[in-house]
Design a protein around this ligand. Sequence first.
Ligand SMILES: CNc1ncnc2c1ncn2[C@@H]1O[C@H](COP(=O)(O)O)[C@@H](O)[C@H]1O
Length: 309
Amino acid sequence: MDDKMDDPQIIFSMPKAELHAHLNGSLSQTTIKKLMDLKTSHQCEDVFQLQTMFATLSEDHNKTLDECFQVFKVIHQLTDSEQSIYIATVDVIKEFSEENVLYLELRTTPRAIDGSFETYVNAVIRAIDDCRKENVPILVKLLLSIDRSKGFDTAKKIVDLTISLGHTRNDVVVGLDVSGNMADSDITDYFPLLFKIKDAGLKLTVHTAEVRNDAEAEAILRLKPDRIGHGTFISPSLTGSSHLIHLLKETNIPVELCLTSNKVCQTVPSFKDHHWKIFFDHGIPFSICVSNSNASARTVTAPILFDLK
Ligand SMILES: CNc1ncnc2c1ncn2[C@@H]1O[C@H](COP(=O)(O)O)[C@@H](O)[C@H]1O
């Protein structure tokens, strides 16, 4: 099987649900250009430096997972104001809708804007509300993310905000995602916060086993989140053991599988070697997701599956 798909049109036209989309990982080139122009119009001094960084990032080659995390640091410089976050969110929603995504569960990590996480989240929610008012034909819900590399205190603020919005805006905010670089932290430090989310009746999804750490993967599965993201190194083809996949099957936790993201970040060598087939054969419930993409990358995953089956 070829790792490239020639004709994604059929997938464009299919109605889809997207359950794992990072807001700042979903900016199209058009939106990036728009946000860059916004910086220029505000006469930001760092705009030339940003342009150079984006030119380098746009070079078409796969990146390691660590390099992917560096990319976000650059993208975050573009979404650093209420206005830019609003524009980014509206664009991402409309672009998913244009690709016939009917249910979009967007996730994003609030950053302090003028010292306030609320400002960031309010800009995202205002964009979702405005798309609803405009009758964009897509249902959008929001997960707030904690970035596990940012420490407990920041995570606590985001968890408290999630719980508060889970009451006041439960038409939009459905729960929490745990993301960020696995190498940077011990996930169990965050467990008291994750229990708070569960106790508040909110949904929880956790990036799990993107790189190998069997003890951590087991601890997350035993925590029983509502979903897990990736689950790459749960696969016996990579760990050489069936222990984690049996545990996953026992807990029956659905997995957000992100084929393109895994390939680009090189946590799997090729689509052919992706663990989706092993999960399929074990009867693990999963959803095919994008995680991070530009608009043109979003629709390649499903044809790959058709091809493999
Ligand atoms: C590739 N696999 C991944 N694994 C873990 N976390 C990831 C990720 N891809 C993205 N993120 C998380 O999402 C943030 C960008 O979107 P937001 O600023 O939140 O909208 C990244 O900074 C990282 O924390």
